[in-house]
Design a protein around this ligand. Structure first.
Ligand code: ZN
Length: 198
């Protein structure tokens, strides 16, 4: 069997978005946790949310190897709850209750299988399994690099990223989309407050 890559999966999603006349996602995550946060975005002043479309949600989940084993509307609802809980704890690290309430719906069970060490998610409600898997991935990221999953520094942007830079000082979803725009705005306001002297 040919191994499908993340790029293949993202290509499927791009095709589905295109078929619906929707724009491409501006930022694609390297982890399902970050990618869950980026299932909503703003383009041309419009807000988009792929978790509002059952077909898009299924393609998105398939891309991360997360099957839909329950009514899609329930899976979507739990994913949206998980997204909100993650965004809240990233905005304020003390706001952990939402994430913990959702994690309480499952348990991690470890075993040694044919393929080596394995981790199983015991989640009684199948509709909650994809959301649980995304939250588990967030905990994995947070364990190895706390505070490196962040929201874009542009207050008008809803995207998040995992900062894998050496210095850990990344501020923007992308320099082109938000960094340069923000710097230009700051420069304009400085120039204006200096009375246009420079
Ligand atoms: Zn941004």
């Amino acid at each position: 069997m040919v191994q499908r890559t993340r790029a293949d999966a993202e290509g499927d999603l791009t095709a589905e978005l295109h078929a619906r006349g929707l724009p491409q996602r501006p930022l694609v995550g390297e982890s399902p946790a970050v990618d869950l946060l980026n299932t909503r975005w703003i383009g041309g002043g419009e807000r988009y949310d792929l978790l509002e479309d059952e077909g898009l949600t299924a393609v998105w989940l398939g891309g991360w190897g997360l099957p839909v084993e329950a009514p899609p509307s329930e899976v979507q609802r739990h994913l949206r709850d998980a997204r909100d809980a993650l965004a809240a704890v990233i905005a304020d690290p003390a706001a952990r209750d939402g994430v913990n309430a959702l994690l309480a719906h499952g348990r991690i069970r470890l075993s040694l299988d044919d393929g080596g060490p394995a981790e199983h998610h015991d989640v009684a409600d199948p509709a909650r399994r994809p959301a649980f898997a995304c939250l588990r991935e967030y905990l994995r990221l947070a364990a190895s690099s706390p505070a490196r999953v962040r929201k874009c520094g542009n207050p008008d942007c809803v995207l998040h990223f995992h900062d894998t830079s050496r210095t850990g000082e990344r501020r923007w979803c992308s320099m082109a989309a938000c960094g340069n725009r923000f710097k230009a705005r700051r420069h304009r306001s400085r120039t204006a407050s200096a009375g246009g002297a420079d």
